[in-house]
Design a binder for this molecule. Structure first.
Ligand code: NDP
Length: 307
């Protein structure tokens, strides 16, 4: 493993701090799930630095309200809303078909966590895997040409330390043989999102695209609606502004130019761990999430599913 990529920032850094002084005018960004939580702050920070930002959301009415607030807060009128339901392949295809021109920044941020019952989504696949991973895979693939056109695009996969709860279990991705466990399924989907960045980097770096994945930290948002709220103790939590920092850094900072296929946490590349850290707040990425063979295998599987 090459040396870990480090930055001047840390777990307390905010989205505004990591992008200070950076001019993103002329860049076009898509942020999925920018209706709420970390996605809104990600969109705000990119728009505040001049990017044209499309909020890709499944509830356009709510998105329009967020967009109006962001235009007002940033003074940037180029904040738009487009309908995108990443759990629905037709919606993803409609979004990518409608996209025109280059795309400089794609932030795959939308997500669901731990629905209590086993549900099925795209292609009959387990719901969290389908929404968090397959939808974003189809989106990324459909936008590949636009990303390549941007000549220096960034793809950002918002994963989670939850990936440490499960590799992609290729022999039973959909819980047809093992009992459904909501956390394991969330973990599997978040590992898949890291693998998406790893393989996108390998396949698309020749098109000037860099792809990275990240854990935002523990932030109280709507994400924890199925788990009775965020359980992480206060000292280990982040604000939304801190939670969006790693995403915004990877999406827009010149400091990370040309660096790809990696997993970040607290605005720095996370170390490999050989087991799930038992202490809270300790960074780490599982080897299975960065494994190139897993990444290629998953990509080929997903390409068959979403074709
Ligand atoms: P939120 O629930 O606030 O945001 C998630 C967003 O995803 C919502 O806007 C939601 O839309 C959207 N979404 C869900 N399903 C779909 C869909 N099918 N199509 C389009 N959009 C959809 O949570 P966060 O801001 O916390 O989460 C953002 C990301 O960060 C997620 O990927 C999450 O897994 C990750 N993360 C968050 C952590 C945390 O502690 N908060 C920790 C680790 C990772 P809607 O408003 O319509 O429901």
């Amino acid at each position: 493993m090459s040396q870990l990529f480090t930055t001047p920032f840390d777990r307390d850094s905010t989205a505004s701090e990591v992008i200070a002084g950076v001019d993103l005018s002329g860049r076009r960004a898509v942020v999925t799930g920018a209706n709420s939580g970390i996605g809104v702050e990600t969109a705000r920070a990119l728009a505040a630095h001049g990017a044209e930002v499309t909020l890709a959301v499944r509830r356009p009415d709510a998105g329009e309200q967020v967009a109006a607030d962001l235009r007002k807060a940033t003074g940037n009128d180029a904040v738009r809303v487009a309908r995108l339901d990443v759990a629905d392949l037709e919606s993803v295809h409609a979004f990518t078909a409608a996209w025109q021109g280059p795309l400089h920044i794609l932030v795959n941020n939308a997500g669901i966590m731990m629905p209590p019952e086993l549900g099925r989504g795209i292609g009959g696949h387990e719901q969290q895997f389908a929404t968090n991973y397959l939808g974003h895979f189809a989106l990324s693939l459909g936008l590949h040409r636009a990303l390549a056109e941007a000549d220096g695009a960034r793809l950002v996969s918002v994963s989670s330390s939850g990936h440490l709860f499960s590799p992609v279990v290729f022999d039973d991705i959909d819980f047809r043989f093992r009992p459904y466990d909501a956390l394991t399924a969330y973990g599997q989907s978040k590992t898949a999102e890291v693998l998406l960045a790893v393989e996108a980097q390998r396949r698309w770096s020749g098109d000037g695209i860099t792809a990275n994945a990240l854990h935002p930290g523990a932030i109280a948002t709507g994400l924890q609606r199925h788990t009775g709220g965020l359980r992480t103790p206060e000292p280990y939590r982040k604000t939304v502004e801190q939670g969006a920092a790693t995403t915004v850094f990877l999406a827009g900072s010149p400091l990370v130019e040309g660096v790809g296929g990696r997993y970040f946490e607290d605005v720095n590349e996370a170390p490999l761990v050989d087991a799930r850290p038992t202490e809270l707040g300790v960074p780490g990425v599982a080897p299975y999430a960065l494994d190139p063979a897993n990444a290629e295998r998953l990509w080929e599987l997903a390409a068959e599913i979403v074709r």
